[in-house]
Design a protein around this ligand. Structure first.
Ligand code: ATP
Ligand code: MG
Length: 650
């Protein structure tokens, strides 16, 4: 980490004061009301034994734990000696509870095909896949890499691995050959599950061809199980490749889930790589399961009849925890949509909501800003009245995007929860429980049960209200990552070594007098202008509040006088032009001359990871007029960089 963060205070420059109360009707029906949150939150910190025993006790364990937590910093063991199986809890348990005929998944393909699975059907499908993996020689603890489109088989394969104690490593289907090969090799996977091809905006994505090329670079790989999705012709290698439909089709649909130790590894997931070399984040069984269950139930105020749609691909942690595990552990009906948000047009999400009568939508700010850019006409064409709650995850949500989401998508009737968490945290860490607290647009809010966050300086000094510093978590929680796969030293250093005795998240944040935490951006992205530390979120939030701007990213450029000056990259609202003088005047008025951009670069797009996050690392290089350095393979569209380099500086 840079010395830039030594005793850093981040200036608080955004003066967002809107407070949006939950609608009375929503609050009246909410399962956790205000006083209840406070009581349970206190208990979760003061008496964690009782708190976690009560939550974990709602799930099925084949052997009870002897101790809730064994903490040998930085290594935690939760529900020590307990045995369970997360796939059992997600499937068999729901059938036992009488949800056998309830819909577990509703899947919609990009081409409009719909497939639904009841809990009983999903259990049979997962059992078949689990038997297939065992037949292929996969054993407890073996790693299995998944490289699939967002089709039901992706969830089925994850659950099948979990059922037999194999460790899944899902690699997003948009990743390149080398990214896939690196991840297979790092995990030393013997089996890869892929598909002939996936669909993206109507065009097939050649997954099998990529997998074949990756296999050449990944010697650990022995077997490839291939799902037929697109029906395109693909070569099958004798002795290595097996069609999913044939193998799974013949397998028995009876399977007994393996009882696994609470600390048995469940999955490895490589972080999206916004900041550097991907890390294989390792999560284990019991603690992850308990946190996924609890956060799903409480943060989303889940009701028995809710149809829940998390738009994330299973390639990201959000897809693990809230597309697959969380909803199934709670016995909910979850929606999966395979394709692009703008296929065949920008109305697709709203049509999915109308068609499946979705009650809860959970998506990312990048998507919300793209929808906003297209105007209100698309959502207005659809009946969105089934929605009762909206969620946001992945980046700070700018207050303007928050307000649009609340007004246009939620009809001012749905609370909006912003949820801050990470691949490493496994599940939601900060949010405002929707029926218990008002929301403050742009602020992630309050800690989840058992989570003790703090805002510190580099030397561990706790900051006061509204002072920006480093966001840390002061004690372990059940779904905390256990290590970086194969690199425990990196785990110690990155997460527990920066600031003594706390988990350091890598983000800057501040806490207001009500305890609401606002994430100000990544610490690595903080600008230092004339001795003032500016978080990216706040300047960007003001920029996107300007009527001509759709998206914005700010970075610092070395400056002889100021240390750093602000460089703003902006994309215009559709059909509008960005006037640099007007933008500068707007920033000066809203924040002050300090944050006034020295340079403004207007472009049609910003460099984003495939999960939709802006990668400011490359923008810093462009702003400084340097060559692009570093791995661009996790970018959605690397050609954006060339266009930005060629763009006029205003
Ligand atoms: P890498 O760690 O490889 O650079 P990444 O941090 O983008 O990748 P994720 O674990 O998917 O990978 O993202 C977590 C990060 O995303 C958080 O640390 C934070 O910076 C940002 N983030 C996620 N949700 C929110 C939110 N609600 N508000 C603010 N920031 C958020
Ligand atoms: Mg990260």
């Amino acid at each position: 980490m840079t010395d830039q963060i030594d005793n850093m205070l981040i200036d608080n420059v955004l003066h967002e004061t809107r407070v949006i109360e939950p609608p009375a009707e929503f609050a009246a029906k909410a399962s956790i009301k205000r006083g209840e949150y406070e009581r349970r939150y206190r208990q979760s910190l003061d008496d964690p034994e009782t708190f976690w025993t009560e939550v974990a006790g709602q799930l099925t364990w084949t052997q009870p734990w002897t101790q809730v937590l064994d903490w040998q910093e930085p290594h935690a063991r939760w529900f020590v000696d307990g045995q369970t199986n997360i796939a059992y809890n997600a499937l068999d348990r729901q059938v036992e509870l009488g949800r056998g005929d309830k819909r577990a998944f509703i899947w919609e393909g990009e081409d409009g095909e719909v497939r639904t699975f009841t809990y009983a059907e999903l259990l049979r499908g997962v059992s078949k896949a689990a038997n297939t993996l065992t037949d292929l020689g996969v054993q407890v603890g073996d790693r299995v890499t998944l490289y699939l489109p967002l089709i039901p088989e992706a969830a089925i394969a994850m659950l099948a691995c979990a059922r037999i104690g194999a460790v899944h490593s899902v690699v997003f289907g948009g990743f390149s050959v080398s990214a896939l090969a690196d991840r297979i090799t790092d995990a030393q996977s013997k089996v890869l599950i892929t598909a002939d091809a996936g669909y993206r905006k109507g065009a097939p994505v050649p997954l099998k061809a990529n997998a074949d090329a990756a296999a050449e670079l990944a010697p650990s790989l022995e077997t490839m199980l291939v799902v037929r999705r697109a029906g395109v012709a693909v070569p099958m290698k004798e002795g290595r490749d097996v069609w999913w439909s044939e193998a799974v089709g013949q397998a028995s649909d009876q399977h007994q889930a393996a009882p696994l130790d609470s600390e048995h590894p469940l999955f490895v997931l490589y972080t999206s790589g916004s900041t550097g070399k991907p890390k294989g984040v390792l999560h284990t069984t019991g603690g992850y399961m308990v946190s996924a269950f609890l956060t799903m139930q409480t943060a989303f105020d889940l009701k028995e009849d809710d149809v829940f749609w998390c738009t994330a691909d299973v390639g990201w942690v959000t897809g693990h925890s809230y597309t697959v595990y969380g909803p199934l552990l709670c016995g909910a009906t979850a929606v999966m949509y395979e394709g692009a948000p703008n296929h065949p047009d920008w109305g697709r999400f709203w049509s999915v909501i109308e068609k499946h009568k979705i009650n809860i939508l959970y998506t990312a700010p990048t998507a919300i800003r793209s929808f906003m850019r297209q105007g209100d006409d698309y959502p207005n064409r659809y009946d969105l009245s089934s929605l009762r709650l909206l969620g946001s995850v992945g980046e700070p949500i700018n207050p303007e995007a928050w307000m649009w989401y609340h007004r246009v998508i939620g009809g001012e009737r749905c609370p909006v929860i912003d949820t801050w968490w990470q691949t490493e945290t496994g599940t939601i860490m900060l949010t405002t429980l929707p029926g218990a607290f008002p929301a403050k647009p742009g602020s992630a809010g309050l800690p989840m049960f058992g989570i003790e966050p703090a805002i510190l300086t580099r030397d561990g000094h706790e900051l006061g209200p509204d002072e920006g510093g480093l966001l840390v978590i002061k004690r372990p929680w059940p779904s905390m990552l256990r290590t970086v796969y194969g690199d425990d030293e990196r785990y110690r250093k990155t997460y527990w070594g920066e600031i003594p005795h706390v988990y350091f998240a890598g983000d800057g944040a501040r806490k207001d007098a009500d305890g609401y935490i606002t994430v100000m951006g990544r610490v690595d992205d903080v600008l230092n202008v004339s001795g003032h530390r500016l978080g990216t979120m706040e300047i960007e939030s003001v920029l996107v509040a300007h009527p001509s701007i759709s998206e914005a990213a700010v970075v610092g450029r070395p400056d002889e006088v100021k240390g750093e000056c602000v460089v703003a990259f902006v994309t215009p609202q559709s059909g509008m032009e960005c006037d640099p003088a007007a933008i500068r005047a707007f920033i000066t008025k809203e924040i002050g001359a300090l944050a006034r951009p020295e340079a403004i670069i207007v472009a049609d797009a910003l460099p984003k990871t495939r999960s939709g996050k802006i990668m400011r690392r490359f923008l810093r290089q462009i702003a400084a007029g340097k060559e692009i350095q570093g791995d661009t393979s996790t970018l959605e569209d690397p050609s954006v960089l060339e266009r930005l380099q060629a763009a006029e500086v205003l």
